[in-house]
Design a protein around this ligand. Structure first.
Ligand SMILES: NC(=O)c1ccc[n+]([C@@H]2O[C@H](COP(=O)([O-])OP(=O)(O)OC[C@H]3O[C@@H](n4cnc5c(N)ncnc54)[C@H](OP(=O)(O)O)[C@@H]3O)[C@@H](O)[C@H]2O)c1
Length: 277
């Protein structure tokens, strides 16, 4: 089969158990060539011997790593049709005491990482006047609560950048889609807690320790949406001829859309009860 007849989709953060991995499988099931990337190849070893996947190590924090992976993709396929900026980290900590290094790491991964990828693929997509860029945002932006301020702010920044990119890249034939997940069952709480264990002991916020830890697990309740269900719906939307600018799905996506429109005093009241602050 002519390798150029299929869409080539590059996804960041495809470690098994996460949204990126589920998206990789869902794009492959829709007849796409999938460049599944993650920091370590071993984290996606189950995709290793399947010809639908081209596995690459890619750390969104590293210019060299991005350049190296993209040059391998161009050598193999000569094109990238869809970029999915999925890699991301959660971060829980009170803003008044969070180490700035933790805040910076969150922004480096969730904001500058996607922009690094965008800047790397746009010249290629613009030259073909064809391409789609999918940024994975979050419903937390709709009603940011306590303890995840760094994460919510990073995703809010990504939402804003996505809105601007959609307008700036339109003249070059590139669609930009903000995919806004609700609560999806993944490994996000595990990595959030790994980061949390590096935090210093809180001064003012010691009495809130349990609530802060609980926030890391908020999206991982027993009713959270399975990642394959979310991925299937997302891929169907992204592969449309004219994809929408915004797609939100998963547990809490409707309630968060409503929260977004509530007067702030009501929203704060609801959040204070739910988040124990
Ligand atoms: N799960 C949810 O409820 C939810 C809700 C809203 C938005 N999201 C967003 O969905 C995306 C995927 O998260 P997830 O829930 O699937 O969490 P996850 O299971 O923890 O997956 C996150 C992925 O990002 C990767 N990653 C982290 N730092 C990276 C870096 N510097 N370079 C490359 N990859 C890196 C991780 O790699 P390692 O395995 O090497 O750490 C992992 O593959 C994130 O952007 C997240 O913010 C998730």
């Amino acid at each position: 089969m002519d390798p150029h007849s299929k869409e080539v989709v590059l996804i960041t953060g495809c470690s098994a158990g996460g949204i990126g991995h589920a998206l990789a499988r869902a794009f492959a099931a829709n007849n796409c060539h999938v460049v599944a990337t993650s920091r370590s190849r071993s984290s996606m070893s189950d995709l290793e011997n399947d010809p639908r996947f081209f596995l690459q190590e890619l750390d969104v924090l590293s210019e060299d790593s991005v350049r190296h992976a993209l040059s391998n993709v161009m050598e193999k396929y000569g094109q990238i049709d869809v970029l999915v900026n999925n890699a991301g980290v959660q971060c829980v900590a009170p803003l008044a005491e969070i180490p700035l290094s933790a805040l910076q790491h969150t922004f480096n991964t969730n904001v500058y990482g996607p922009i690094r990828l965008v800047q790397a693929v746009v010249p290629h997509m613009a030259s073909r006047r064809k391409g789609k860029i999918v940024n994975i945002g979050s419903v937390t932006v709709m009603a940011p609560g306590p303890w995840a301020g760094a994460y919510s702010a990073s995703k809010a920044a990504l939402h804003a950048l996505t809105d601007t990119l959609r307008l700036e890249l339109r003249p070059f034939g590139i669609d930009v889609i903000n995919v806004v997940p609700g609560a999806i069952r993944t490994n996000i709480a595990i990595s959030a807690m790994a980061n949390y264990n590096w935090m210093p002991e809180w001064n003012l916020y010691k009495p809130f320790e349990a609530a802060i830890r609980e926030r890391a697990h908020l999206s991982q309740g027993f009713k959270s949406t399975p990642s394959d269900v979310f991925a299937k719906k997302t891929v169907a939307v992204v592969l449309k001829k004219n994809p929408p600018a915004w797609f939100s799905s998963g547990q809490y996506s409707t309630i968060m859309a409503i929260m977004n429109h509530l007067p702030l005093f009501i929203r704060d009241f609801v959040i204070r009860i739910a988040m124990k602050c």
